[in-house]
Design a protein around this ligand. Structure first.
Ligand code: SAM
Ligand code: SF4
Length: 458
């Protein structure tokens, strides 16, 4: 029974979304139940992102607002609000957070959230701020309770940290060395999720396809082998994984795309740049031709596979010609969705010290051009889906009365008029309209003898 309220505001990647849910699991035995409203919460945790400067800076403006909310709440006599900063900004800045925001009570890195109950106990005993940014010898996963209910679609972290050291990226410093969870722990967590109603699991890792966990047979399992074992879980209808590195796509994983029907035909595969010199300066460890080869093999294995990607524009020294190489690569390979960013110099990373930083207006102009192209590809794909029948996992209530929203096999949001009890089920939907960021469709009767799944190819 919840006797106190906890609000966790999550910034950044899916791994942070997963970590936030796990922090809630860890605090539940202390009586904390989740609320979306920070103004009346007994504890508010900001789970932060350090990947770009803008993401980091958001934390401090948010902390200023929370401080005022806390004062109002205390003035109302509603009791103390504990304020915590978790995640990658906490890891990178440590006690410097308290220099800028001395009113914060808890600072904890991503490897420390299993120790939250201890930190809260020490805070209530001693009253002074608690900081934990250690990388523990024992992985935090060994200390976590079984997951609570997550809904029809859930994340499951199988790997954390990264040894790739791309020259622009803070992840190897904030999340530490690569660690793969043992297979048995992952299978147990997946079964627990399915038992609580989850139909779709997205396996997470900063470099998820570098997964090399200890199997129950004593062998080291690859991601491909893990996916096959997960696919055998009764009631688990869909699997995805993210984020992959093109260098770590191996034969076994490609074969899994061909052979495991529960593995969805959508893959996020970051390219970052279409210019080989830039890829080398980024330390990505592959060329554009290597990326194309991987994509061709994946598409051979699963012809309806659609891709999304990440791009950085304005990496130090990027010329107009090199930026054009990125546009050409996008044009040619085709992505149904993508994230693109202006390069942001991160303190302590090798690229931040490179000469020839690209001026802000040039980055802005390149980003706008790239996004125009990516958006056009997304719209074109969504339009090509019109008239197709798709299996849609109806996972949330829509904005309009009687509407549910789901996700297509390709991760497009799909709006459908459907009775509320269908939330949390997979339904056959005829797509009537492809919009810029979503699809609209109608439910097909359960026993409709509609033709077999038609496929939109990217
Ligand atoms: N592990 C993934 C990979 O191999 O590409 C990416 C992890 S990162 C959380 C997500 C994306 O943020 C990256 O793919 C990259 O495009 C972007 N990113 C990372 N560092 C950046 C930086 N310093 N400036 C701009 N974008 C950055
Ligand atoms: Fe960062 Fe991904 Fe490169 Fe690892 S592989 S350093 S997480 S961009």
């Amino acid at each position: 029974m919840a006797t106190r309220t906890l609000c966790i505001k999550t910034f950044g990647c899916q791994m942070n979304v997963y970590d936030s849910a796990r922090m809630a699991d860890v605090l539940a035995p202390l009586g904390y139940g989740l609320t979306d409203d920070p103004s009346d919460a007994d504890m508010v945790i900001l789970n932060t992102c350090h990947i770009r400067e803008k993401a980091s800076e958001k934390v401090f403006s948010e902390l200023g607002r929370l401080r005022r909310m806390r004062e109002d709440r205390e003035a109302r006599g509603a009791g103390r609000m504990i304020l915590g900063v978790a995640g990658c900004v906490a890891q990178a800045e440590g006690d410097h957070i308290l220099d800028r925001a001395p009113f914060v009570d808890l600072v904890l890195g991503p490897q420390a959230y299993h120790r939250l109950p201890e930190m809260v106990a020490r805070l209530s005993r001693a009253g002074d701020a608690q900081i934990d940014t250690e990388f523990p010898a024992e992985p935090k996963f060994d200390h976590l309770p079984a997951p609570g209910a997550r809904g029809p679609a859930a994340f499951l972290a199988i790997q954390e940290g990264c040894d790739r050291f791309c020259t622009f990226c803070v992840v190897p410093y904030t999340r530490g060395a690569e660690y793969s969870r043992p297979v048995t722990d992952i299978l147990d967590e997946a079964r627990a999720l399915v038992a609580r109603g989850t139909l779709e699991i997205t396996l997470l890792g900063q470099n998820v396809n570098a997964y090399h966990g200890a199997g129950p047979d004593g062998a080291t399992w690859s991601l491909g082998r893990l996916i096959r074992a997960l696919a055998d879980i009764d009631g688990l209808a869909r699997l995805r994984y993210t984020t992959s590195h093109p260098r770590d796509v191996d034969d076994d994983l490609i074969a899994a795309h061909a052979e495991v029907p529960t593995l969805m035909p959508f893959l996020h595969l970051p390219l970052q740049s279409g210019a080989d010199r830039v890829l080398k300066a980024m330390n990505r460890g592959h060329t554009l031709a290597d990326f194309r080869r991987v994509v061709a093999r994946l598409r051979d294995a699963r012809p309806d596979l659609a891709l999304s990607s990440d791009f950085i524009v304005g990496f130090p020294g990027e010329t107009d010609r090199e930026f054009q190489d990125t546009l050409d690569a996008v044009d040619d390979i085709g992505f149904i969705q993508a994230y693109s960013f202006k390069y942001s110099a991160r303190p302590g990373t090798p690229a931040a010290a490179l000469p020839a930083q690209v001026p802000e207006p040039v980055k802005a102009e390149r980003l706008a051009r790239l996004q125009d192209l990516l958006n056009a590809q997304q719209v074109a794909f969504n339009r090509r889906c019109e008239g197709l029948d798709m299996d849609v996992l109806l996972d949330r209530i829509g904005k309009h009365p009687g509407q549910l929203v789901g996700r297509s096999p390709f991760m497009q949001p799909v709006h459908v008029m459907a009775p509320a009890p269908l939330q949390g089920t997979i339904q056959r939907v005829r797509i009537d309209q492809g919009q810029p960021n979503s699809l609209a469709g109608r439910l097909l009767p359960a026993e409709d003898d509609h033709p077999p799944a038609e496929r939109a190819t990217a």
